[in-house]
Design a binder for this molecule. Structure first.
Ligand code: 3HC
Ligand code: NAI
Length: 691
């Protein structure tokens, strides 16, 4: 046995087993690359070796290039050199894949002469999610192995595939289930062909014979994104078809070098680390999460049903509680319908759908919470109702149960005060649809016990959520900032923009939907109820509601609907002009850039207040919230990262303009924003200093 840094070489008869062990995920940083080169040198010099198995750990064959090395000078050998060395070995090299083989990890496996995978394996080229393309030959080798169509779908979406699918696509030669990597050693003894992937041309032929194929396959994949990286992925695969291997690789390298220096990739790398950092709640050392085996959800409406599904999907049995049979039946029927749809779509098997549905039990009356370790309340957004429910929970829940509310805006401390155990109460704010959206805002009340926060964080992880701990205030982080955007959108209408111009500015920015299309989808009555409860007004939105225009469900809102198809409505223009007139505002055209600034900068300003008040611990937490709860475009990194890119001085100055024009105090630049802008700093600098 020989050790080369994180790489071990062992002999099993005439097979050399090269094992990578660079925790946590075998990222291919410089020490691992050097270790691999040294191991290959050792094996190459031994004539008794007839084959090599390249293996990782149970968790990861390799999670790819070390992302932390991007942006600084790369030490030799680089990953392409390592892959070439594998490819040119005098004996067959077999990649033994358990856990993940992602990005550079899969590219390394593609340098091997054969690949075998265990059923737990996940293989993919997710570089596009970091604003990149695979830069170590992935765009050249993958199409040679799986064909152009499959390669495009994997590279442009970045989504991984499992072992069975990989075998069907030709990416792996066998799926093994024996000991790891022993079963691969047996397999390696049967491999005689050491043809290099780079020399295989047959799978490229269909695309060579049909020059329109790439564009046809790429068009639907590119539709959803305004970012550069997906297009670079397509261009690079095209080069694999049109150029010899070395020229295609050099082209790939050039594209990679450009992207890695660009703002989009910086933004997406920031998002990757912010998402992970955000999930590390600052809690006193030694804080222990409480065990959770059973859950209860109160309310089987839009949110309650989705939240119950989250628990069931994670294998946690859950009781859903309603006050009336009809509401319970409706909720349970909707859950069954959603599972049936997933099974029909093929995202889960019918057996899984049945198993998950079987974990959800419906009940009338709060008595049903007695055996739950965690209770999530999702009843009407009404303080009176919530207080009543929590007072009952205090009486019925077992000692130590976590009592969570899914409230969107209400004061967690006031809700907690209706119990005799405020330490057990916190907010667990899911986003709609709860079974799909990844964000979970965990709201810490004044009295919340750290163990309760740790439990919510742990549960969030089990549910597959991105859990971010925030402080208690109106709307918490996400909805509080959203409120500023809604105010701005309403004001833009009064000042002269049309709903389609406002929505268009945000979709051009990268959001899937603008604020008005979103309101029409959710229903204008929701916003109206919230405004009424908090004594607020929005002239245009209120006038639309008064006219019975609640959005898609009534066939009209900010737009006119035929089914889900929206068209602009002259009646809306008339209502807006009338409301502007009542306020003495003369409407005028507003340029698209200004619309974007007026929508986004007030959110950033509110983000600065949120940071200053300590409601969010780090700017990256705010970014993670907007990326995972509100579809902020990933390639723009989140609002606070975006602010640093624009420059805080510009944002301060524009806010000053907006404040002077409207007199709206919310638009006055926040003290933290002003201080940082004056000092020439960004939010990231401030976060670094705070850390
Ligand atoms: N580089 C550096 N650090 C990495 C990393 C990578 N490629 N992948 C994961 N990590 C770190 C994470 O930051 C985290 O660190 P922390 O514990 O300090 O927060 C730790 O490893 C564990 O990661 P996760 O919490 O995400 O663990 P999971 O088990 O949930 O997921 C994973 C593991 C699926 C590998 C996930 O981390 C992942 O998706 N990683 C990124 C994969 C990727 O994008 N690879 C491509 C890199 S770019 C590339 O290869 C370029 C090449 O083409 C030249
Ligand atoms: P909903 O109106 O769809 O569902 C509420 C359900 O609670 C109804 O089925 C009702 O019968 C039931 N209910 C009322 N009082 C009850 C009681 N005492 N015991 C048991 N059940 C009771 O409302 P929705 O949209 O699901 O909202 C629920 C909560 O989630 C609210 O606090 C809301 O602010 C919050 N929320 C809503 C989001 C959304 O997009 N709809 C997003 C995030 C949070």
């Amino acid at each position: 046995m020989a050790q080369h840094g994180p790489v071990t070489v062992e002999r099993d008869g005439d097979v050399a087993v090269v094992m990578m062990d660079n925790p946590p995920v075998n990222a291919l940083g410089s020490a691992l690359r050097q270790g691999l080169m040294a191991a290959l040198d050792e094996v190459r010099g031994d004539a008794s070796v007839k084959a090599v198995v390249l293996a990782g750990t149970a968790r990861a064959f390799s999670g790819g290039a070390d992302i932390t090395e991007f942006g600084s000078a790369m030490q030799d050998p680089n990953l392409r050199q390592v892959i070439s060395a594998v490819e040119d070995m005098p004996v067959p090299v077999v990649a033994a894949i358990q856990g993940v083989a992602l990005g550079g990890g899969l590219e390394l496996a593609l340098g091997c002469h054969a690949r075998v995978a265990w059923t737990t394996a996940k293989m993919g080229l997710p570089e596009v999610k970091l604003g990149l393309l695979p830069g170590a030959g992935g765009t050249q080798r993958l199409p040679r192995v799986v064909g152009v169509e499959k390669a495009l779908s994997m590279i442009v979406t970045g989504n991984p595939i499992g072992a069975i699918e990989a075998q069907a696509a030709g990416l792996v030669d066998a799926v093994l289930d024996g000991s790891y990597p022993g079963a691969a050693v047996e397999y390696a003894r049967t491999v005689t062909d050491r043809r290099r992937v780079r020399d295989r041309e047959d799978k490229l032929e269909p695309a060579r014979a049909d020059p329109g194929l790439i564009d046809r396959v790429a068009a639907p994949l590119l539709k959803a994104s305004g970012a550069e990286a997906p297009r670079a992925c397509v261009d690079s695969v095209r080069a694999a078809v049109e150029m010899p291997f070395d020229a295609g690789s050099a082209n790939e390298r050039r594209l990679f070098e450009t992207l890695v220096k660009g703002d989009e990739s910086r933004a997406q790398r920031h998002a990757f680390f912010a998402e992970r950092e955000a999930q590390k709640a600052k809690l006193p050392p030694g804080t222990q999460a409480r065990p959770v085996q059973r859950a209860a959800v109160i309310g089987a409406g839009t949110m309650g049903g989705g939240i119950a599904m989250c628990f069931a999907n994670a294998g946690i049995p859950v009781t859903v509680i309603e006050t009336e049979q009809a509401a319970l039946d409706r909720g349970m029927a909707r859950i069954a319908e959603l599972y049936a749809t997933s099974a029909k779509r093929g995202s889960i098997t019918p057996a899984q759908a049945e198993e998950r549905r079987g974990r959800i039990t419906g009940r009338l009356g709060l008595e049903g919470v007695r055996d739950a370790d965690i209770i999530v309340e999702a009843v009407f957004e009404d303080m009176g109702v919530k207080k009543q429910v929590f007072a009952e929970l205090d009486r019925l829940a077992k000692p130590g149960a976590v009592l969570a509310t899914n409230t969107s805006y209400l004061d967690i401390d006031e809700i907690a005060a209706s119990t005799g155990r405020p330490g057990d109460v916190l907010g667990m704010h899911f986003f709609s649809p709860a079974n799909v959206m990844k964000l979970l805002e965990t709201v810490r009340g004044r009295a919340t016990d750290p163990a309760v926060i740790a439990t919510a964080a742990e549960v969030g992880k089990r549910l597959g959520k991105v859990g971010v701990v925030v402080g208690n205030c109106f709307g918490f982080v996400g909805n509080r900032m959203l409120g500023r955007r809604q105010d701005a959108a309403e004001r833009l209408l009064l000042d002269g923009a049309s709903p389609q111009e406002v929505d268009g500015a945000l979709t051009a920015f990268g959001f899937k939907m603008g604020p008005f299309a979103m309101s029409d989808l959710a229903g204008l009555d929701i916003g109206m109820r919230i405004r009424k409860a908090f004594g607020k007004r929005a002239p245009v939105a209120d006038a639309l509601c008064d006219a019975g225009r609640y959005g898609q469900k009534t066939g009209s809102g900010y737009y006119l609907y035929e089914g889900r198809t929206a068209t602009p409505d002259p009646e809306v223009d008339r209502i807006i002009t009338e409301e502007a007139g009542k306020l003495g505002i003369t409407r005028h055209p507003i340029a698209a850039d200004e619309i974007t600034e007026r929508l986004v900068y007030p959110m950033i300003n509110e983000g600065a207040r949120i940071l200053e008040e300590g409601i969010a611990a780090r700017p990256g937490d705010i970014d993670a919230i907007w990326l995972h709860g509100y579809n902020w475009p990933a390639w723009r990194g989140g609002p606070m990262f975006y602010a640093d890119l624009v420059g805080l001085a510009r944002i301060r100055d524009r806010l000053q303009d907006f404040h002077s024009a409207t007199g709206d105090e919310n638009l006055r630049p926040a003290p933290l924003l002003t201080r940082l802008a004056d000092a020439g700093h960004g939010f990231a600098d401030q976060a670094k200093r705070a850390a």
